[in-house]
Design a protein around this ligand. Structure first.
Ligand code: ZN
Length: 149
């Protein structure tokens, strides 16, 4: 288990240092801002949705390693998915972080399972879910900035 944990930490570190899709997106038709006041994480999400499919996605922002890594992996995971698939992924990801999925049951989350260790640190759950909450706000087209509070 400790080897696995170390691997997970490396993946998170890698994504936080070299976030994927870290760019403003020209042609985005959905955007949303998210804020986690508890930690100071901020994210702006740009999504291009066509025929209910997330064609392109990018983000900008600042925050802790977990929030950045989570945003990086979230954007990687939902690209090419339908909005319904992305919502379903968020629900399973949320269950994983809050322990509802059962211990050690990442389901079909793939590499998103690296965040399973976060559930031991409830304060960090908000860091890890910020990008996902922001995605949901963008897809639902709410113009208001969202906050984890
Ligand atoms: Zn944070």
């Amino acid at each position: 288990m400790s080897d696995l944990r170390e691997l997970y930490q490396q993946v998170i570190l890698d994504h936080s240092k070299k976030p994927r899709n870290f760019q403003k997106l020209d042609g985005a038709n959905r955007t949303a801002e998210g804020h986690n006041p508890l930690c100071g994480d901020q994210i702006t999400l740009y999504v291009q949705v066509e025929d209910d499919v997330i064609r392109r996605i990018g983000f900008q922002g600042s925050g802790c390693a977990i929030s950045k890594a989570s945003a990086s992996m979230m954007t990687d995971s939902v690209k090419g998915k339908t909005t319904a698939e992305a919502q379903g992924l968020f629900e399973r990801f949320h269950d994983l972080l809050t322990g509802k999925g059962g211990p050690g049951d990442p389901g079909d989350l793939g590499k998103l399972a690296v965040f399973s260790g976060v559930r031991e640190f409830p304060v960090r759950v908000k860091c890890a879910t910020l990008a996902w909450h922001t995605l949901r706000a963008a897809l639902e087209g709410k113009g208001e900035p969202i906050s984890t509070e």
